[in-house]
Design a protein around this ligand. Structure first.
Ligand code: FAD
Length: 380
């Protein structure tokens, strides 16, 4: 049948396109009939992904900038940190979408998915352009209602607006990214500025919160303006803007998987709950998913909770209940731990010994209280 596939990938963003590219690269899947269904044309640069790496990943040719140093600033501790052997790297969403679309041989269907029904022997995907069927479905479509309507797990948002600005005179150092600058009014929250200079005259300024509630758009923009003013930048043009609202939660996304439908990307819980970083986790989870598909049929068996899930749970718990502690917690983390240990920890790659060192460095009362408070979640 024309509309019948082995694998249907829903959503052609980061996780959907990376999964499609990975499946096509792996000879094990060469007989599979695959399609990606994406609602939008994906021609705009709707986001930029940054991530740290100590070696080359799968898309070195798409990296548009890389920083050997990061700056951390707060009222408690500030430093410029050399990242070697790591680099902090950037890929533009638009470059990734264009590359993936040109590279892929599978069907690429522009349609809006309206319903996904697992009939046990096959999955039916109803779109505004027709109905498709598949043996297995990989969905990166996140329904925000599953998070807002649940009370199982605490749910914070990483929300931000960013301005890409250009100045008339050289003012930036493009070798240093400001990872977190907490020296801005916290207003009872965890608020920081994230600055990515890509040349002496170009930079992205992102006013970011890890908190429960979104702000009015004007609040983010006024804060960026005030920050630029404080650092003495008054002559600039805004070249582009981006905004985001990334879920930070240990919610069990996998409960929505069925035998033949699995959720991937942020919709599958592949966003690191404590930081919102998703890019590296998507690469790693995709690799694990391909291995899994070679051996298993029932997609419900893919996800296992591990100790990193639990660390994130505790971290989000602390930040959820005492949001104003964010600046102090991150300052302590960066002050008391070498950057390679922090990066390994945030990539879920650290050893237990390193994790103990990190936990020992954090404000103990809050974390011990949260750990006991959330211990029951281990069994949910
Ligand atoms: C502005 C921004 C900046 C970010 N920066 C970083 C960063 O620097 N580092 C990092 O690690 N993470 C970052 N993230 C978080 C995360 O990496 C991205 O959100 C990432 O794109 C998530 O991948 P995904 O595949 O889960 O979702 P997406 O990339 O959003 O893909 C989902 C796709 O599904 C499509 N879709 C939705 N509904 C339907 C429907 N009904 N029918 C068909 N298609 C549909 C969407 O159009 C979209 O293309 C950022 C997020 C944003 C928003």
């Amino acid at each position: 049948m024309l509309n019948d596939y082995d694998y249907l990938i829903l959503g052609g963003g980061l996780s959907g396109l990376h999964l499609a590219l990975s499946l096509e690269k792996d000879p094990f899947f060469k007989e599979k009939k695959i399609a990606v269904i994406e609602a939008s044309s994906k021609q705009t640069n709707d986001r930029t992904w940054c991530f740290w790496e100590n070696e080359s990943g799968p898309y070195p040719h798409l990296v548009s900038h890389s920083w050997p140093e990061i700056i951390f600033k707060s009222p408690y501790y500030s430093d410029t940190i050399a990242l070697a052997p790591y680099h902090y790297k950037k890929i533009e969403g638009a470059a990734f979408y264009a590359f993936a679309k040109a590279q892929l041989n599978c069907d690429q269907i522009q349609a809006k998915v309206e319903a996904i029904i697992d009939h046990d022997t096959a999955v039916e995907v109803i779109t505004d352009k027709g109905t498709y069927t598949a043996k297995k479905v990989f969905s990166s479509i996140l329904d925000p209602k599953i998070l807002t309507d649940q009370t199982q797990q605490q749910y914070l948002k990483q929300h931000f607006i960013g301005w890409f600005i250009k100045t008339d005179t050289p003012v930036f150092d493009p070798t240093q990214a400001t990872f977190m600058d907490f020296s801005i009014p916290q207003k009872g929250n965890c608020r920081f500025m994230y600055v990515l200079p890509t040349s002496q005259t170009e930079a992205l300024f992102e006013y970011t919160l890890f908190s429960k509630d979104l702000l009015e758009e004007a609040d983010y923009e006024t804060a960026i303006q005030a920050y630029l003013n404080d650092i003495g930048i008054s002559q600039y043009h805004i070249v582009a803007k981006e905004k985001g609202n990334i879920p930070m939660t240990s919610y069990n996304f996998a409960q929505h998987n069925t035998k033949n439908i699995i959720h991937i990307g942020s919709a599958g819980g592949w966003t690191k709950a404590s930081t919102g970083f998703t890019f590296t986790h998507t690469l790693k989870k995709t690799e694990a998913l391909l291995d899994f598909l070679k051996q298993h049929d029932d997609l419900r068996r893919f996800r296992r909770k591990n100790r990193f899930w639990w660390y994130d749970l505790v971290f989000v718990d602390v930040l959820y209940r005492k949001n104003w502690l964010g600046a102090r917690i991150f300052a302590t983390l960066f002050q008391k731990n070498p950057i390679d240990r922090i990066f390994r920890f945030l990539n879920d790659e650290s050893s237990f010994k390193e994790e103990l060192a990190i936990m020992w460095s954090l404000p103990k009362t809050e974390f011990i209280r949260a750990a006991f408070h959330r211990i029951g979640a281990l069994f949910r």
